[in-house]
Design a protein around this ligand. Structure first.
Ligand code: SF4
Ligand code: SF4
Length: 210
């Protein structure tokens, strides 16, 4: 009986060691021990001319894309995803919005795609909209976050924290830009959001031990 128990214990130790090695090798361990950090709005300057709007990003920016947005009315923002070349983004007449987002009291209430499989279901000229937003005092600018077209951080966080206790939520900020907000008390610091965010809107903070 005792021999059988020892055998079992040895077997159990082998299984645990093998499982630990497997987990380590497959990269399942993702607890870097750091909270996520949401970056502040992108600093930029806009120059308007007759047929060209140039947006110059005035901070280090190492992502190849950015979202240019302008509000059509207080509850609708239109967005186009643009390439960034040497910190500059160009907007020309005929650049149509990719999607529209509905907001109410800083919360995202819905969205609709305006370009599906390369074809526009509705053409909303971003050059004209951006210019009129400036003339008429509506919000316009650039943001990193692709939400709700991208939902990676929300989905990852939901998987980790469980429904109802999610540590991230999306809002619009003071300039109308869309960005995540972190509820720190609900965050077990799994790191999934900042490891997987394609736009580097969420990054790893270095708050531990400080
Ligand atoms: S995915 Fe959620 S739980 Fe994980 S680090 Fe990000 S905010 Fe925290
Ligand atoms: S993963 Fe990044 S880009 Fe996607 S919704 Fe979250 S913050 Fe925005």
């Amino acid at each position: 009986m005792q021999r059988l128990t020892v055998k079992h214990i040895v077997l159990l130790i082998i299984i645990v060691v093998l499982a630990a090695l497997l987990v380590q090798k497959s990269g399942f361990v993702k607890y870097p021990g750091d909270y996520p950090k949401i970056l502040p709005p992108v600093k930029h300057r806009v120059e308007f001319s007759r047929d060209l709007i140039t947006i110059n990003i005035q901070e280090p920016y190492d992502t190849s894309m950015i979202v240019v947005y302008a509000y059509e009315d207080p509850e609708t923002l239109l967005c186009i995803i643009k390439n960034v070349y040497e910190n500059n983004v160009s907007l020309r007449p005929g650049d149509f919005a990719d999607y529209a987002v509905s907001v109410k009291n800083h919360r995202i209430t819905g969205h609709r795609m305006l370009k599906i499989s390369g074809r526009y279901t509705e053409k909303k000229d971003m050059f004209g909209l951006f210019s009129s937003a400036q003339d008429e005092g509506r919000f316009y600018g650039v943001q990193r976050c692709l939400y709700p077209v991208c939902r990676t951080c929300i989905e990852e966080c939901d998987l980790v924290t469980g429904s109802g206790e999610i540590a991230l939520e999306m809002f619009t900020g003071e300039r109308g830009e869309i960005h995540p907000v972190l509820y720190r008390g609900k965050c077990p610091r799994c790191g999934h959001c900042y490891v997987k965010c394609p736009m580097k809107e969420i990054v790893k903070s270095h708050t531990m031990g400080k």
